[in-house]
Design a binder for this molecule. Structure first.
Ligand SMILES: Cc1cc2nc3c(=O)[nH]c(=O)nc-3n(C[C@H](O)[C@H](O)[C@H](O)COP(=O)(O)O)c2cc1C
Length: 211
């Protein structure tokens, strides 16, 4: 199975991170997870998940939040200041990385190669090794700085996949909207999931309404 890196930065969108992690772990993939300080803060606010920053004690809490008690050996939580961790080196092979959610600050650091922490360094490594890098940005409206940084990372080989769900699948719940984005992320990572719903055009009944 594959080996993926999941970075969680301090933007709104913690439910996307949860669903992507669950999708990777249920697919028997190996996951290295790194969370910025602000990412921990957002997990606290949006998911009521209280992590301390101690990776050893946070690990079981993360698994409990993900409702994946059997994924103990598959998930490694790395400290964002540990720039000596495996994923900081290009010699450590991975199948790709997603930063979900990705703040404007982390986007800027990645766009400019400012690798002060493990999350940005791992992203930098993906770019230099020409590996998949997906940035699930979440900000609105966007400044010219955000737009220029998005252009820079796209030119360097990353995929900017904003956390903005569509409505044409007629989502019935917030979870449906989360799953739509998580399914697209997993698809871009090259991971099969049941979350991705293929669009085959409107139902015939919807055409009838137009007539
Ligand atoms: C609850 C909460 C929600 C936030 N939402 C966003 C957001 O959607 N986008 C963004 O760029 N920053 C957001 N921020 C601000 C970032 O967390 C802040 O700029 C932080 O310094 C980013 O650090 P990081 O990039 O190291 O994770 C949010 C902060 C909090 C506490």
């Amino acid at each position: 199975m594959g080996r993926y890196i999941v970075g969680i930065a301090g933007a709104s969108g913690a439910p996307y991170a949860k669903r992507v992690l669950q999708g990777l772990l249920s697919g028997d993939h190996e996951v290295k997870c790194v969370i910025s300080d602000a990412g921990r803060r957002v997990l606290e606010v949006e998911e009521r998940l209280l992590l301390t920053g101690n990776t050893e004690t946070d690990h079981p809490d993360l698994l409990e939040w993900l409702q994946t008690p059997d994924a103990d050996g598959q998930l490694e939580l790395l400290h964002h200041k540990d720039v000596a961790a495996s994923i900081a080196s290009g010699s450590y092979p991975t199948d790709g990385m997603v930063v979900v959610p990705c703040s404007g600050g982390t986007l800027a650091k990645i766009a400019h190669g400012v690798s002060t922490g493990l999350l940005e360094r791992a992203a930098d490594v993906c770019l230099k090794e020409r590996r998949r890098l997906i940035l699930v940005t979440r900000e609105t409206p966007l400044s010219l700085i955000h737009l220029r940084n998005m252009t820079a990372v796209t030119e360097a080989g990353a995929t900017v996949l904003p956390g903005s769900p569509g409505y044409y699948h007629h989502p019935e719940s917030v979870q449906d909207m989360v799953d739509m984005i998580a399914g697209r992320i997993l698809d871009h990572l090259g991971v099969d999931s049941e979350l991705l719903k293929e669009w085959r055009g409107p139902e015939p009944a919807e055409y009838a309404e137009l007539e």
